[in-house]
Design a protein around this ligand. Structure first.
Ligand code: SF4
Length: 484
């Protein structure tokens, strides 16, 4: 006899979360609509027999932990970015079934452009849009779908159209686009509407299986916690308040559209990738030739925006990469093109790199005072701090680091171009640490602005000379490289 009452196979048997937490209950509040919806989706995945090729994308919001529940492929994406991630997955794996599961804050606020563009491109993905008219996870703030006069923590007197605009009707909005094939709004107010939602989810997934294109199912879902109601009243609240603003309906149905041709699954060609990024196989083989004691260099390079900090990090990483070392480069910068702050993390190693984020650098390069103040304490004991003494005047450093002051900017000015201060710094870094060969680095300078080539070559030589000078003076870090 068919086993009717059972947990869908595409749910995990146990919802294992952080240690010490009840492992069989979900993290959702009692009466929350996410539980219903998850079940409807899991049942559809089972019945359509697509678990082994389904990828569930959960961005930020109450459903951020989708991967605790769905026993399918899972990707957790940044806030609002699920449609972009889903697009990437679908294009790389055209036979996968991709579900982007998003709340109203995520989809209709921070991710509004993402969803608009994905829908307009007609990506062959299924979006489940959970509309509960509030930001649940962060404590009940106004969402783009919050109703007029509805009180939230950020609209304590109610949402007023003249101040906060009108509730955004996403289904109606996206239905004006040409590309989507299916858009329906459903609700979870009672059993009958839940059964309709069940049908809509299946239909959307079937359309994706047939590779028809973009579909979105908007679901009016109860949030008892955000609405400060009990679970039963929450369902009634949908009926009384949401249906007239967000009428359930099929807003677009182009199911008779021809199936899109399925593109061939892209083949990953390692040799082609190496060719594109300019690495020869012989370079990669060089890893084996690196001395076993080649240390892992963890750099933080910091200064003003416009000082070429990010480029400095890129060049050091690229030069090292061309020598067959494992490298990473992680930039961080403010919105200003000039005058803001910028820093980057660079890791160079003979081992694979676990994380590009550097918490305790072995080398800090501070091109200005705020950078020294911000990062000096984080330098590893025995680490090196190289700073631009043209700008850094007030030097307070922990006792456990070695300091190397070099007036990079003054040297660059004397060479006739303040822009090459970063390359002077590169010379000093290379000379003191041996992170990369000076000749490898030099070979990259030709790819920069041609009119700066001469100044850059002189800057590199000057930086190396500073390193030699420091090595001779202090007899501390050995000078490991010379420029030919
Ligand atoms: S805050 Fe609302 S949406 Fe979030 S889990 Fe609780 S009831 Fe569900």
């Amino acid at each position: 006899m068919k086993d009717v009452f059972k947990k869908p196979d595409s749910f995990y048997e146990f919802f294992t979360r952080s240690a010490g937490v009840d492992k069989e209950a979900t993290h959702y509040c009692p009466g929350c609509g996410h539980g219903n919806l998850h079940k409807l989706i899991a049942e559809a995945i089972d019945d359509l027999d697509i678990a082994d090729r389904t990828v569930f994308v959960s961005p930020v919001g109450c459903s951020v932990f989708g991967y605790y529940y769905f026993h399918v492929g899972n990707v957790q994406s940044a806030h609002g970015r699920a449609p972009a991630v889903a697009t990437g997955i679908k294009r790389a794996l055209p036979h996968s079934i991709v579900i982007s599961y998003q709340g109203d804050g995520d989809l209709a606020a921070i991710g509004a452009n993402e969803i608009l563009q994905a829908a307009n491109r007609g990506e062959s993905i299924t979006v489940i849009f959970v509309n509960n008219a509030i930001y649940g996870m962060t404590g009940g703030q106004m969402a783009p779908t919050t109703l007029i006069d509805m009180k939230t923590t950020t609209t304590p007197y109610g949402r007023h159209a003249e101040n906060e605009g009108y509730p955004l009707r996403i289904s109606e909005l996206l239905a004006t686009l040409q590309a989507p094939v299916y858009i329906e709004r459903c609700t979870l107010e009672d059993s009958k509407s839940i059964m309709k939602t069940r049908k809509a989810i299946r239909r959307a997934l079937e359309l994706q299986i047939a590779n028809k294109g973009f579909s979105l199912i908007e679901v009016l879902s109860p949030c008892p916690t955000g609405w400060k109601l009990d679970p039963i009243d929450s369902r009634e609240w949908i009926t009384k308040n949401m249906l007239n603003v967000f009428p359930p309906a099929v807003y677009k149905d182009r199911a008779d559209a021809p199936s899109r041709p399925t593109p061939p699954t892209p083949v990953y060609d390692g040799d082609e990738v190496l060719k594109i990024i300019g690495i020869k196989e012989s370079d990669a083989a060089h890893v084996a030739k690196l001395p076993a004691d080649f240390p892992t260099h963890k750099l933080v390079l910091a200064g003003f925006g416009g000082q070429g900090i990010l480029l400095l990090g890129q060049l050091l990483a690229k030069s090292s990469m061309r020598e067959g070392k494992f490298v990473s480069w992680l930039p961080s910068y403010g919105p200003e093109m000039r005058g803001g702050t910028a820093n980057c993390h660079v890791v160079v190693s003979r081992e694979r790199i676990g994380s590009p984020f550097v918490t305790n650098p072995t080398l800090l390069v501070a091109m200005n005072q705020p950078s020294l103040e911000k990062f000096a304490d984080s330098v590893e004991p025995g680490g090196l701090v190289i700073y631009d003494s043209s700008f850094v005047k007030d030097v307070k450093l922990p006792a456990h680091v070695k300091a190397v002051p070099v007036p990079f900017s003054e040297i660059a000015n004397d060479l006739g171009n303040a822009k090459v201060a970063n390359v002077v710094a590169a010379g000093t870094i290379i000379g003191l640490t041996g992170i990369t060969g000076a000749d490898s680095f030099k070979s990259l300078l030709g790819s920069l602005r041609k009119e700066l080539l001469d100044a850059n070559l002189k800057a590199l030589a000057a930086g190396l000379a500073e390193a030699r000078h420091f090595g001779a003076m202090s007899n501390q870090p050995s000078v490991k490289a010379t420029v030919s």
